[in-house]
Design a protein around this ligand. Structure first.
Ligand code: URA
Length: 207
């Protein structure tokens, strides 16, 4: 499983704003929006294109269009804050939704929404979730996608924990991870350290 860490200075600066406990919800959401643009930009670097001829006001030119626009899948609730920006960059994309709540005792994902196309064969998929912590929610989501035939799946995350990356690696599922940082570890409550706290609460207030 490939893991790509976006170490661009602008990405680091936005992530720092998100980490800072003094950042209020509005500024946190803005920083996540801006970081999402950078992560999705990198995540689609290898996207297949088809060529087409276009007339500029001056001459004929070879143009490029996405050959296989990805399905965007925000994982609710925290992934909602990445959905619009990913769509802004890829307006041709369709969007599916997965809703998972985390059981705070077992730390296991509890599904409450699954709105995805029946077949994903031949479709690229970008899963949007700011936090890759234990990897349980991401594994659950990737399995839903793989069961529908997806084989080209990218998890786009602001932050990842080494435990979550390892969990996904061991799952053997067909995916790669694009993130702005792999942090130190998970704490006993399943939070990423140093992390940024609860990404849902930081965007929308406590649930
Ligand atoms: N989910 C979050 O929002 N934050 C963490 O640190 C871990 C999981």
């Amino acid at each position: 499983m490939d893991v790509f860490v976006v170490e661009h200075p602008l990405a680091r600066a936005r992530l720092t704003t998100m980490r800072d406990a003094r950042t209020d919800s509005a500024a946190f959401r803005s920083a996540l929006h801006e970081l999402t643009l950078m992560l999705v930009y990198e995540a689609t670097r290898e996207a297949q294109v088809r060529t087409e001829k276009v007339h500029t006001p001056v001459a004929m030119a070879t143009g490029y269009r996405l050959a296989n626009p990805p399905l965007l899948v925000p994982v609710l609730r925290a992934g909602l804050g990445m959905a619009d920006q990913a769509h802004l960059l890829i307006p041709e994309a369709q969007m599916g939704f997965v809703g998972l709540a985390r059981n705070e005792e077992t730390l296991r994902p509890t599904p409450y929404l699954e709105s995805l196309p029946e077949s994903l064969e031949g479709r690229a998929v970008l899963v949007l979730d700011p936090m890759l912590a234990t990897g349980g929610s991401m594994e659950h989501t990737i399995r839903l996608l793989a069961d529908r035939g997806a084989t080209d799946i990218t998890a786009v995350c602001a932050l990842a924990a080494p435990e979550g990356v390892e969990h996904l690696r061991r799952s053997g599922l067909p995916l790669r991870v694009v993130t702005a940082s792999i942090d130190q570890r998970l704490n006993d409550s399943g939070y990423i350290v140093p992390g940024l706290g609860d990404a849902g609460d930081r965007q929308y207030g406590p649930a």
